[in-house]
Ligand binder design. Structure first.
Ligand code: AMP
Length: 186
């Protein structure tokens, strides 16, 4: 496994959009746990049935379940050959420690796309996704502060944190992100 990165950011920070650009630019495999879970829900698999009500309520699917699907995905040849960018994972310190166990030194950079709570709330209200009810938005933001924000410190202590201002147009942020990644991974 060559280059491994993760991207963190509140829901609505634009991390999914930026993740697609980053994966393309650095030729790594984009792995979005949200997308994987949404496909499982669509397909009506056992995992999807378990995850659906949690996702609809803006809750977090259990670490065991998410760690399992990520471990399986990381073991595939494309990831082993090209490296990865994880989007939406890890979301808890438990997931981060599991990721470290799984990939060790391959994890080179944690990008925190920084956008304020006020700004992401505005953005989510206007994007109209099916799970973007006001209650689910509030719940996801609350869980982010409680469960995911502590990861920022965790990655900092691992010396791989890179904070990027996520305010601006998609292209402005994209340029900022690429420059920062290049500066950090050389
Ligand atoms: P996302 O597309 O990343 O916003 O994820 C959509 C939903 O999937 C979240 O609100 C969670 O319910 C669930 N989910 C995605 N990734 C994770 C994760 N790493 N841990 C727990 N739940 C997750």
């Amino acid at each position: 496994m060559t280059l491994g990165m993760v991207i963190l950011g509140r829901q609505g920070s634009g991390k999914g959009t930026q993740a697609v650009h980053i994966a393309e630019r650095f030729q790594v495999v984009h792995i979005s746990t949200g997308d994987m879970l949404r496909s499982a829900v669509q397909e009506g698999t056992e995992l999807g049935l378990k995850a659906k009500s949690i996702m609809d309520a803006g809750g977090l699917v259990t670490d065991d379940v998410v760690n399992g699907i990520v471990a399986e995905r990381l073991a595939k040849d494309d990831v082993q050959n090209s490296g990865f960018l994880l989007d939406g994972y890890p979301r808890t310190v438990g997931q981060a420690t599991e990721l470290k166990q799984l990939v060790g030194e391959s994890l080179k950079l944690a990008i925190n796309l920084d956008v304020s709570i006020e700004e992401v709330t505005q953005r989510m209200m206007s994007r109209g996704r099916e799970d973007d009810t006001p209650e689910a938005i509030a719940r996801r933001l609350e869980l982010y502060e409680a469960e995911t924000a502590p990861l920022i410190k965790w990655f900092e202590s691992e010396n791989i944190l890179c904070v990027i201002d996520g305010l601006g147009t998609e292209i402005e942020v994209h340029q900022r992100v690429i420059e920062e990644i290049e500066r950090n991974i050389g």
